[in-house]
Design a protein around this ligand. Structure first.
Ligand SMILES: NC(=O)c1ccc[n+]([C@@H]2O[C@H](COP(=O)([O-])OP(=O)(O)OC[C@H]3O[C@@H](n4cnc5c(N)ncnc54)[C@H](O)[C@@H]3O)[C@@H](O)[C@H]2O)c1
Ligand SMILES: C[N+](C)(C)CCCC=O
Length: 504
């Protein structure tokens, strides 16, 4: 018998095969219409084929959007409280199935189970948070002369498209769908072709919770399917998470029919460590800023600026801790670093390390392919986490997003100098500062050009807090109250109480 995607209790790395359809619309999983352009999906920890991804063509995209639109007509007319109740039920089901979803996420993405469980928790928290907001959506009343008045209504946009990256497959689907649904929209979600497996579980969960059939649809595919979605006349908004080059294309395609757009793009974020910091926390912060999800995190603080006086102690401690990060089978509880998403991604990251060496950086640890002793992991995409010293601002490893476990460390002398250097980047997703000087901390936060600044910690993103970029890292926000504005539109209603004062 074929193993089912939800039959996971005894599952170990290297055994899972997914055969069920991964598309979802009209309230059910939908078989691919054609198998011509199938792409193999790999289990990163073993290099085995986990399943086939069959990209949706125009007819399938059209069906999904129609299905979402008919659900939107019902959902948008429901009271916010009713939507909230259903979303809370969806959050409860995710909590109930959390370990199963996390396991599948690990098998498909390669991150450690410890991290995946947190990701799934963040997903249900996000849905719970926006459920709480669904009934609070309200407009404004404005008194006008002569008893006239106006009021505003916050209305849904219609069918929204979510396009996801590979690094947080289930969480991204929740971050996009939760505010969209809270505002009365429907969503058609396209996961990364490398991580197609878990979004469909979210679709099933929303259905079980009681949303109208079609409210959250999943279409599989890559660039072609994404392009069909961005061009589709039935789509009101595209919320995209991915790289800057793809984000630009999404914006261009969406502009043709003036769709709303949110872009959550890449980064090369600076982390500033001052000599007055609490060093142990700063070291822990630098590890959190670089090595979650094998370094494949958009907001990672990969340019670590350390004040010259504490550089030796910082390097000693950060290297000591990096060397003992347990890399290996991501389904094991003790593992802290799993496998990168793909062989090409692993090769790309290793090439960045080689390039850094050629440009004069010194490898203090890691930066090599890693072969775990467990024979079943021999074909996995593992590497040892890397710390680079002797870095300079103009080096490739300091300028470009590597998207792997590579930390570049650079010395600095003064606050003014380091802020200038930190801001000298086309990206502006996140930033961080470690210092015990409270005035300095807030001054630095004010002057760094980034959508987030972490003070004395890094990569903490509770769902109550907005997340998004400055500069080429994108625009719009996810999470927090403000995201409601990105999934709704404001209608003004002007009411005359007297006679029309006509000029004609
Ligand atoms: N800012 C954030 O919140 C955030 C979060 C996660 C990842 N990211 C960024 O994502 C990147 C890594 O993810 P990736 O490799 O999956 O990114 P990517 O840009 O290659 O792909 C992202 C998504 O876009 C789709 N896509 C590709 N071409 C398309 C096209 N022409 N039209 C429409 N869709 C298209 C892909 O199929 C995928 O679903 C990094 O740059 C990372 O920083 C940003
Ligand atoms: C949950 N983190 C760590 C803030 C990552 C958000 C998504 C970025 O890739």
């Amino acid at each position: 018998m074929e193993p089912s995607t939800l039959d996971l209790p005894g599952t170990v790395t290297g055994t899972m095969v997914v055969t069920e359809p991964l598309n979802f619309w009209g309230g059910q999983r939908v078989k691919p219409r054609q198998q011509a352009n199938a792409e193999p999906v790999f289990e990163p920890a073993t290099g085995r084929v986990l399943c086939q991804m069959f990209p949706c063509g125009s007819e399938e995209v059209d069906e999904a959007i129609k299905s979402a639109h008919s659900a939107y007509l019902k959902w948008s007319k429901m009271a916010g409280m009713e939507r909230a109740r259903i979303m809370l039920e969806a959050a409860r089901i995710i909590r109930e199935k959390r370990d199963t979803i996390a396991k599948l996420e690990v098998i498909n993405n390669g991150k450690s189970i410890t991290e995946a469980v947190v990701d799934i928790d963040v997903a249900w928290q996000c849905i719970e948070y926006y459920a709480g907001m669904a009934a609070t959506l309200a407009g404004q009343h404005v008194q006008l002369p002569g008893g006239a008045f106006a009021y505003t209504r916050r209305e849904a946009l219609g069918v929204c498209v979510g396009i996801g990256a590979f690094n947080y497959p289930f969480q991204i689907a929740a971050w996009k769908s939760a505010p969209a649904l809270a505002c009365g929209n429907a969503m058609v979600f396209k996961p990364s072709p490398m991580t197609p497996v878990t979004a469909v579980l979210l679709a099933e969960i929303y259905k079980e919770a009681g949303v109208p059939e079609g409210l959250f649809c999943v279409v599989q595919g890559g660039a072609d399917t994404g392009s069909l979605l961005c061009h589709h006349p039935g789509v009101a908004k595209v919320s995209f998470t991915g790289s800057v080059p793809t984000g630009k294309k999404v914006m261009e395609m969406s502009a043709k029919s003036v769709k709303h757009v949110t872009l959550e793009l890449g980064g090369k974020s600076p982390l500033l460590i001052f000599k007055d910091c609490e060093l142990e926390n700063a070291v822990k912060g630098a590890l959190m800023a670089n090595f979650l999800t094998q370094g494949q995190v958009c907001c990672n603080g990969t340019r670590v600026y350390v004040q010259r006086e504490i550089m030796p102690q910082f390097l000693e401690e950060v290297v000591k801790r990096t060397k003992v990060i347990p890399v290996g089978d991501p389904l094991l509880d003790d593992t802290r670093m799993g496998a990168l998403i793909s062989k090409p991604q692993l090769d790309k990251v290793l090439a960045y390390v080689n390039q850094a060496k050629k440009e004069g950086a010194r490898v203090l640890c890691g930066g090599d392919p890693f072969v775990p002793s467990d024979p079943k992991l021999k074909g996995g995409y593992f590497m040892s986490p890397c710390v680079l010293d002797n870095c300079r601002d103009e080096m490739t490893c300091v300028k470009e997003e590597i998207f792997g476990p590579v930390m570049s460390v650079l010395p600095f002398d003064t606050e003014e100098e380091v802020i200038k250097r930190a801001n000298n980047s086309p990206f502006g997703l996140a930033s961080g500062v470690f210092t015990r000087d409270i005035s300095r901390a807030h001054r630095v936060a004010e002057n760094l050009q980034a959508g987030t600044c972490f003070i004395n910690n890094y990569n903490i993103s509770p769902v109550e807090v907005p997340f998004g970029g400055y500069k080429m890292s994108g625009f719009g926000r996810e999470n927090g109250q403000v995201t409601i504005e990105y999934y709704s539109q404001l209608k003004t209603v002007v009411v005359e109480m007297g006679d029309v004062d006509s000029l004609f």
